[in-house]
Design a binder for this molecule. Sequence first.
Ligand SMILES: Cc1cc2nc3c(=O)[nH]c(=O)nc-3n(C[C@H](O)[C@H](O)[C@H](O)COP(=O)(O)OP(=O)(O)OC[C@H]3O[C@@H](n4cnc5c(N)ncnc54)[C@H](O)[C@@H]3O)c2cc1C
Length: 584
Amino acid sequence: MTRGIRAIDLPGTRAAYYAPTTVTSQPPKQLDPCLGQPGSLVNEEVPSDYESQIHLALLNLHKVLVAVGASIADIARLTLYIVNYDPQRRKHTRHIQRFLRSHRPAITLVPVSQLACPEWLFEIEAVVAKPPAIPMQLTAPNAKVWDVVVIGAGLAGLTAAEHLIQSGHSCLVLEARDRVGGRTWSTTLPDGKGTVDIGAAWINDTNQSKIYQLAQRAGVEFIEQKYNRKLPIAGLDPETQKQLVAIRDMAEADCQQVGCARPEDSTLDSMTFLAYLKSRQASDRAISTAAIWTRAMLGQEPEDVSALYFLNYCKTGGGLLQMRSDRRHGGQYLRIRQGTLSFAQTLAAALPSGTVQLSSPVTAINQQYPGRVLVRTRNRTVQASKVISAAPSTVLPPLPTRKQLLVGSFNYGYYTKAMMVFRSAFWVNKGFCGLVQSFTGPASIVRDSSIPNDDKWVLTCFLCGDSGRQWSQLQNSERANVLLDQLGEIYGDPDLVRREYVTIVEHEWSKEEYSGFGCPCPSLSPGVLTVAGDALREPFLDVHFVGTETAAEWKGYMEGAVRSGERGAAEVQKQQPWLICRTP
Ligand SMILES: Cc1cc2nc3c(=O)[nH]c(=O)nc-3n(C[C@H](O)[C@H](O)[C@H](O)COP(=O)(O)OP(=O)(O)OC[C@H]3O[C@@H](n4cnc5c(N)ncnc54)[C@H](O)[C@@H]3O)c2cc1C
């Protein structure tokens, strides 16, 4: 559908996140004023925290947009009403920019002394130019009708396809990229020796049983993450350490109270993770530590994520401590010498030839009547009885209201791994394990990713959240330099670090359209789980949804992707028992 709102700029206004004015490039079906939306969640209650109210007001506006069949890209104009507005602390800009993504409506800010209710601190109003509906023209092909078409050849899609084919279904996998594996992507180092994982790298051999089984099937070699107590965190006085432990244990205890598959706690969901920390009297230093968690796990800052979403994310991996751990049972215990791309390659190789069609991005789906779905790629249309969407963002508008709201609210963080290759493991020689956590960045986390058998010595720097985004704005030539400066400072020997340095390998997932322009897993801002969380795994007619973001165990991880693929296949098998007995 062609969207009609276009920003009109004057000299010098193009850099702003709003436009001086907008026009519609096609006559809109109608102009809808969306009346003022305050930051309330359920029962008209509003959280006391200002930023949480902004998130909830934006969610309420989004709900209205979806209800009238419009999208964020149809907003022509916004009016913001802010109580006790302070030009020095323009906290609304961050959240409104993220909500609008690259869309630029005209925006008016109106400082007010009070809104309709004394506890309201923020209200937002929009004018929306709803575009005329354009009926989708998809011609039914005469060719073969597939039992199931799977969209996306990542671990979730390939797992679903394997299970369905094993149970006798005909299956076609359409993959947008020219390779399988999605967010797993391994590459050989520039000298041709040794592999690094640009995407997912770590697994474990206990509670990640599905991915471990697949790794064994792929016949890979495991490298245990080295962990010892010597971490280069200096200058933490005993009182600060006590505060850090207290906040960590509190978050761990709270996450253990949250449900895995369907978390419900509207109070926790009405606030950002930052507001949650502040409500528990976390000190500034403790908040800085917690910011490392949201950055390292989601590429997000604590003010951008719902407290309930973050705690549930941790819970799906057994808890905050287990997810962050480099020891046995933890999220970062084993690496793969050959790289994790070998997992998807193993799955794809086991499918009948021609099952996976690469370079075939799906652009539209049309559910014609029960049991008949048309799926369009750039150059053809295929027909199936069922579709499994295993791509991070679905290509299926319009969806039922709650699903549309949920999918439209998924937000990807900034997350880049920069692999710094060295001549030797100088950090090990100094008695360190290579694990670093930094409050300041640019790298928030550093981990040893060496492959001793290949004589490869690598420190992987995780550039995540705001500090990662700032780093990404540097010239390419400067990026390695600032990381070398950071490592030099951490290890107290800048000359040694530069002497041992060989090269950097990095890739920005925020530029990857088919990974939702971010990674490793989308997150949700306050309120969305409460109003639309149920829709996460709900099929829509003959379309089923899988992918790591839908997992109830190890959400955001390869384990979650495989488990979700199994669930999707089981859903289809359950609804189509007549197909199970058929000979392939
Ligand atoms: C930098 C990074 C580090 C990570 N670290 C770890 C880790 O250490 N351990 C761990 O377990 N996990 C890690 N993860 C997460 C892990 O990679 C993912 O959870 C997992 O690979 C997701 O699999 P998936 O099949 O759900 O999605 P994806 O791998 O994203 O697969 C979706 C597929 O759909 C395709 N697609 C998208 N749109 C379309 C379309 N329109 N038409 C057709 N195809 C389409 C994509 O190209 C892709 O191949 C990391 C991820 C990243 C990016």
